[in-house]
Design a protein around this ligand. Structure first.
Ligand SMILES: NC(=O)c1ccc[n+]([C@@H]2O[C@H](COP(=O)([O-])OP(=O)(O)OC[C@H]3O[C@@H](n4cnc5c(N)ncnc54)[C@H](O)[C@@H]3O)[C@@H](O)[C@H]2O)c1
Length: 292
């Protein structure tokens, strides 16, 4: 096991809600690897209280910040630099929320105020963080910013709703800001596109169990867990990835490159062909009728 990969590095970890959160695992591993950091989440998440346990376990202070509010981000950076004793080397954006998903609204019946909220919380917040950090100059040379994404940015997942647009925008902001921050201070900005993972945000998406099972059957290495994702984040924060920037990095056991797997070939017809609209086609494919 590699040791002290983040020794001497300071950071901010956003989005640890409970022990299932991806950010929670990142905080535990960053602590193991010698980093010092501040934890932050929205005021409502702090009221839930779990994050303070993580703070105790990792020797980290917790700062409240709603990432849609630029003044709260400014305070977060000011206070973090004071607490940590200097500028930061890494920043994790592990944040996402869609009121449309929460309310179970179908994609053909979205509420546009909710949609604006989805984009603000889940994507524009990354721009707000980067722009504020850039203006306040709080990220050190060769610093690393990672945000978490999902493959619905590229492909259609019928119940992922407006989060698909949020992830597409998140990845686009990563590329655009990655250029500017790279030129200014060699700061790298990347997204990690993670497998379905059992967390509060993940399981809130309609049909999550099928997302999870399908991806697991499709991926030669199986789904990546939140602990696996944390390992990848640690590597991205370390000095071993100094020239990786403006990328969307798939972390999904190979899922994103697959078409169909043997596991799916063996299990696909468990529906007994219910997916067919055309009876003749069904009989032909299911082998009940010979091709003429
Ligand atoms: N779970 C999955 O299947 C999966 C897959 C790929 C990507 N992701 C992404 O990983 C990231 C982390 O999610 P998670 O799965 O760990 O779930 P989670 O529910 O544990 O984390 C989401 C976090 O976003 C925070 N948040 C919401 N609104 C906020 C605001 N206004 N200001 C600050 N924080 C706010 C929540 O308090 C919570 O801590 C998200 O971007 C999510 O879309 C998750």
């Amino acid at each position: 096991m590699v040791k002290d990969l983040l020794k001497g590095k300071r950071g901010i970890i956003l989005g640890a809600l409970d022990s299932n959160s991806i950010a929670w695992k990142v905080a535990e591993k960053a602590h193991e690897q010698g980093a010092t950091f501040v934890l932050s989440n929205a005021p409502i998440a702090l009221r839930k209280g779990d994050i303070f346990e993580l703070g105790k376990a990792t020797g980290s202070e917790v700062i409240s910040a709603d990432l849609t509010q630029v003044d709260e981000i400014e305070h977060l950076f000011e206070d973090s630099v004071k607490i940590l004793g200097g500028n930061i080397d890494f920043l994790l954006h592990s944040v996402g929320m869609s009121p449309n998903v929460r309310k179970g609204l179908r994609y053909t019946n979205l509420d546009y105020n909710y949609m604006m909220k989805t984009l603000d919380v889940s994507a524009i917040s990354l721009h707000k963080l980067l722009q504020t950090a850039y203006k306040m100059d709080v990220i050190n040379e060769w610093g690393s910013v990672v945000a978490l994404s999902y493959i619905a940015a590229q492909r259609t997942y019928s119940t992922y709703s407006d989060m698909a647009q949020a992830k597409a925008m998140l990845e686009s902001i990563t590329r655009s800001f990655g250029y500017h921050y790279g030129k200014k201070k060699n700061v790298r900005v990347n997204t990690i596109s993670q497998s379905p993972t059992v967390t509060t945000a993940g399981t809130g998406v309609g049909g999550f169990k099928s997302f999870y099972a399908y991806a697991n059957c499709m991926s030669p290495l199986g789904n990546a867990s939140s602990a696996d994702c944390a390992d990848y984040c640690i590597m991205m924060f370390s000095d071993l990835t100094r020239k990786v920037t403006m990328q969307n990095l798939y972390h999904d056991g190979g899922y994103s490159t697959m078409g169909i797997s043997e596991t799916l070939i063996q299990s696909c017809f468990t529906c007994q062909g219910e997916c067919f609209d055309d009876i003749a086609e069904k009989e032909l494919v299911m082998g009940k009728k010979k091709k003429e």
